[in-house]
Structures are given as structure tokens and as C-alpha cells.
Design a protein around this ligand. Sequence first.
Ligand code: GDP
Ligand code: MN
Length: 389
Amino acid sequence: MNLHEYQAKDIFKDYDIPVPEGIIASTPDEAYEAAKKLGDGITVVKAQVHAGGRGKAGGVKLAKTPDEAKSHAASMLGNQLVTHQTTVEGLPINLVYIEKGSAIDKEFYLSMVIDRSAERLVIMASAAGGMDIEEVAETSPEKICTVSVDPAVGISGYHIRKVGRILDLSSEQTKELGMLLKNLYKLFDECDASLLEINPLILTDTGAIVALDAKINIEDNALYRQPNLVDLRDVTQEDESELEAAKHDLNYVTLDGNIACMVNGAGLAMATMDLIQLKGGRPANFLDVGGGATAERVAEAFKIILNNSNVEAVLVNIFGGIVRCDLIAEGIISAVKEVGVSIPVVVRLEGTNVEKGRELLAESGLSIAAATDLTVAAEQAIELAKGSA
Ligand code: GDP
Ligand code: MN
């Protein structure tokens, strides 16, 4: 689960991590009042969306006066912000965060993330912070230092010195950094974060270290024990189909291709997507209907995958192990009838009662193409998608 920048900064404050003073606003008038309250000088108007790259996309603007803050807020609120991290539709800007402007001397990059292969948290830091850390990683990876943390020991002098060195900090600033790293580590641990990123972490003109941006991702599997964080969820920033799927316990992820997939088992779903890609097509989604796929779940799944307007064909790939193929066939038939599918559907069934399942599909009178082989099924779906486009 993602948090907004202002929510992340509120949490930062609880952990004594320095952030600029700021006030949230949902209308241009509130933005005016907020800027006025923050006092004379520059304020920064920041669109609150679950995506980075806001600065380059016009979602971060400096204002010299409360009037200017108001007009920036008016130009953002109610609109969609499209950044290189969003879809082409972008994300709705329902809130702007008004911050006291900071005088920036240097911009650093600092993050903590779980490295699954090392089974440890790693700290990443770079003096080349600001907006384009992906490019730094691509072109000059030596400018980024990575150091892992032993969970039995936590942050130690070694980590602090290593990060302090790459950021070229004075010994006084390195002490400050040490506090910051320890506090961030505590936050990461206590909030069950999966990612914590500050880009930029700045040195101000007076030499203070301040988190100018803040991104926190919470591990979804730990949300059951983080009720206070769950309250911060903003579903307006999330994919509608994914939310709907979650309600029905379906594992679904929207992708940008045109061939919808309905598969039982996550591994088989991955393999199916790979095969579509290998044969020159592009999957429109990942969907695992689960081992206990019932007719109702199959119907719900159909509704969700067809809700994507890019979809031009459906590929159903079910291996009947625990479930029986005839039951799945019945589910597919009733779903196609109920939902009124107008695009080609290719079904590959294999496993228990497969003959009966194929028979049911053949006798259904619906235009469902039955394939016995997965490779053929993928090719067929790709071909049919071209025809229906
Ligand atoms: P992002 O583009 O979504 O990562 O948004 P950020 O919060 O990181 O802001 C983008 C950029 O705006 C930063 O890298 C800064 O260069 C600039 N910026 C943000 N706040 C301030 C500020 O208070 N003063 C100044 N001068 N620049 C700022
Ligand atoms: Mn940033």
C-alpha cells in the first residue's frame, strides 16, 4: 500500500525525521490560507498523488505569494497528473500539500528497501539526488552506494560512515545522518514498510539535513496488524479493477496489452503471460482465479478482465487438478452468457474431466474456441485479437 507524501511526512515527524513545515489543502482557498499561515517567503505547492516524477510533470510549483499558491492549487486540484510513473490517464489530484520553501544547497538520494535475495534491508544513498535517480543507476551506478543491514544488529557506525562518505558530509553532519538513519530504520521496522525513499534529502543553506520528499510503501501482507496505516489508504489513487478483484479474493494486476488472461494458479498465469509475449502478443492483465475456482468466481473474473477497454481477446487457461474441468466449463459458459462477451474467447482446459468440459463448451452454442494445446491457444488468441481490433 502506498501513502501520500503528506502522510509519510506526518509519520516522519513522529520519528523525529526533519521535514519542512506544511499544511494540506483541498481547495484553492485553503491553499491560500495555508500559504499565508506559513509566513512570508516562498511556499511550494505539491500535488498529492501516488506517483513520483511530479516535479517534471508540473505537480510541484514554487509560489512567491499566497495568491500565487492559490492559483497553482487551482490549476492542479480536480485535474489528473500524468507523470512518467503513471498511466496515460494519470492520477486525480484531490489534495495539494503547501510547504514552506527550503533553500537547497545539495540534493541527495536516500532509501531503504528489502533486498529479497539478501533477505535484508538495504540502504541506498547517492550524492546525485533530485529527480533522476533511475538515470544515475543506469549511467553511473558507482555514484550509488548500497549497504545491507543485519537485522540482529540494526544500524551501526559502519553504515553511518559509509553513507556519510558517499554524501561527502562533515563529521557534524554525519552525526545528524546517524540519527536520521536510526530513526528511519525504526520507522521501517515498526510500520512494516517495504520501501522508504527520500528523494531529495537536502542539505539546506545552513547545513541542516531535511527530507524534502517522502515515499513510504507498506507491505500489503502486514496490513492486518497496521490498522492506523490502513486508515490512510486513498483508493482514488488505486486501480479500480484491482480493487474490485481484491474484494472477490482474485489476484489481478492490470497490464497494458490487449489479451486478457484468466488462469488458475499464479505460476501458470505467469507462464501463460510469458507465452503470449513469446508469440508476439501482449497480455492485458495478470489474473489468478485461484485453486478453488467456482462458476461465480469465473463470472466475476470475466467481468473484471472485460472492464479493460484495451482487451480484444480472452485466453482462458485452466488446469483442472483440484477443480474439475466440467465445472469450469459450466462456469465459463454461464459467465459468457451473463456478461455478454462480444470478443473472441479461447479456452484451453486440461486435467480432471477434461473430455466432459470440452464437450460442454462445444455444445454450448457460444463462439468459444477450444484449444487442446497451450501454445496453440496463445497463438489463436493473438490471431483473433488482431481480427477483432
Ligand atoms: P517528485 O518530482 O515527485 O519526486 O517531487 P519532489 O518532492 O521530489 O520535488 C521535485 C523537485 O522540486 C525537488 O527535487 C526540488 O528540486 C524541487 N523542490 C521541492 N521543494 C522545494 C523547495 O522547498 N525549494 C526549492 N527550491 N525547490 C524545491
Ligand atoms: Mn522526489
